[in-house]
Design a protein around this ligand. Structure first.
Ligand SMILES: [Zn+2]
Length: 167
């Protein structure tokens, strides 16, 4: 099944549940999410951890704390904008997610929003609206091109994550 994308998102099937077997170099079980990401609002933290773990699985060492990433859920007040990456002197890598969107989003969509914005902030990715037969090749699509994301299974999610980290 394909899900038409409205303004840039849709659903990833596989959830972002943390895989505890992945070694991110952190002492699992000893540090709380609060300790790991004090400047990230609690609801976003699991997705930050998942981002680091997905990177680690691909041999990339990404430490979002070191990158001084912050994260908030705010009223962006702009219809259709799900999240943003904002860079400033005080907050070099700030991710903000729209409150209303967040309150209604599935786990899969939440992960997609956070990963998309971290793609901008941390991976220096720009938008990529290419498609193959109408299917977006990247979760870094702008949402304006009309391509669709098909995320029915873990394989598709893995492919999108490979594209995210390696493109
Ligand atoms: Zn974007």
């Amino acid at each position: 099944m394909r899900i038409p994308i409205l303004l840039f998102l849709l659903c990833m099937l596989a959830s972002c549940v943390e895989d505890e077997s992945v070694d991110t170099g952190r002492p699992q079980g000893f540090q709380s999410d609060e300790a790991l990401f004090p400047t990230v609002t609690p609801e976003l933290r699991p997705f930050y951890i998942a981002f680091e773990e997905e990177a680690a699985e691909r041999g990339l060492e990404i430490n979002l704390t070191q990158e001084e990433v912050t994260g908030n859920i705010v009223q962006l007040g702009n219809m259709g904008v799900l999240g943003v990456c904002v860079r400033s002197d005080e907050e070099p890598n700030r991710v903000a997610v729209d409150q209303e969107v967040w309150s209604q989003a599935s786990q899969e969509l939440k992960e997609l929003i956070v990963f998309h914005e971290l793609g901008h902030c941390i991976l220096d990715r720009e938008h990529l609206d290419d498609d193959e037969n109408g299917v977006c090749v990247s979760i870094m699509n702008s949402g304006l091109s009309g391509c669709e994301i098909s995320l029915e299974d873990e394989t598709t999610r893995e492919e999108y994550l490979d594209e995210l980290f390696f493109n």
